[in-house]
Design a protein around this ligand. Structure first.
Ligand SMILES: Nc1ncnc2c1ncn2[C@@H]1O[C@H](COP(=O)(O)OP(=O)(O)OP(=O)(O)O)[C@@H](O)[C@H]1O
Ligand SMILES: [Mg+2]
Length: 210
């Protein structure tokens, strides 16, 4: 399971997050909603241990995968190599199965620059799931896609979540997406941002009395 206690996160003199507390059971998916600039990506970076500069405490499993807001693929490596480099245990066959799973069976030898944004996002998703992570962090994985592609990717992600069942944090602007994919939804509001009251119910760690 993961337990998140962010008492305070600031950039310079500006507090961005304050008392963001929640816990997730193994295999649970939590959607995080909130306006642009509220601090969603900042929170994900803390949870992923990419940023350690905050006050609080986070317990997380070690096996983690992060799908960033912008696909972070290696442009000079083919689609299949983008999987194999991150997952040395994976063989060609396993990588091809994963590519096929996200609809990229015929793109194994294409470079990221030869893929559409939707295809790049599928590849980033395949790369994340290929390691069978215990904790999966998705930062707006379907943003800037047309509606049909976004829906397809959502259905794909749902299937993979069901099969691999990582504990998942899923940031989105779309409440509908949140409700389709996640078990629970949490909204960040205010400045500094905190969890909107009464949105996350089970497992919510109460704010400690000041
Ligand atoms: N490295 C940084 N240095 C200074 N300020 C930062 C830094 N990273 C983020 N911020 C600020 O922290 C706030 C939260 O940013 P963050 O990227 O977490 O927002 P977000 O909720 O993910 O927004 P969006 O939905 O647009 O992706 C913003 O005001 C942003 O300007
Ligand atoms: Mg963001």
């Amino acid at each position: 399971m993961i337990r998140v206690h962010v008492r305070r996160k600031s950039f310079g003199a500006t507090d961005v997050l304050k008392d963001v507390n929640f816990a997730l059971q193994d295999g649970e998916c939590l959607a995080i909603l909130g306006k642009s600039g509220v601090g969603k990506s900042t929170l994900l970076r803390l949870v992923a241990d990419i940023d350690q500069d905050f006050t609080g405490q986070i317990e997380r499993p070690e096996k983690m995968a992060f799908v960033f807001q912008e696909p972070t693929l290696l442009p000079w490596r083919s689609a299949i190599d983008n999987l194999l480099i991150v997952h040395p245990d994976l063989d060609q066959r396993g990588a091809k199965v994963m590519l096929a799973r996200v609809g990229l069976a015929d793109k194994a030898d294409h470079f990221p620059g030869q893929l559409s944004l939707g295809q790049q996002r599928r590849l980033a998703l395949a790369r994340a799931f290929a390691g069978r992570p215990e904790l999966l962090i998705l930062d707006e994985p379907f943003v800037s896609l047309d509606e049909k592609t976004a829906k397809e990717m959502l259905a794909l992600t749902r299937g993979l979540l069901k099969e691999i069942s990582p504990t998942t944090l899923f940031v989105t602007h779309e409440r509908e997406e949140a409700e389709l994919l996640a078990d629970r939804t949490m909204e960040l509001v205010g400045s500094p941002a905190t969890v909107a009251p009464n949105v996350v119910r089970p497992n919510f760690i109460r704010e400690e009395a000041q």
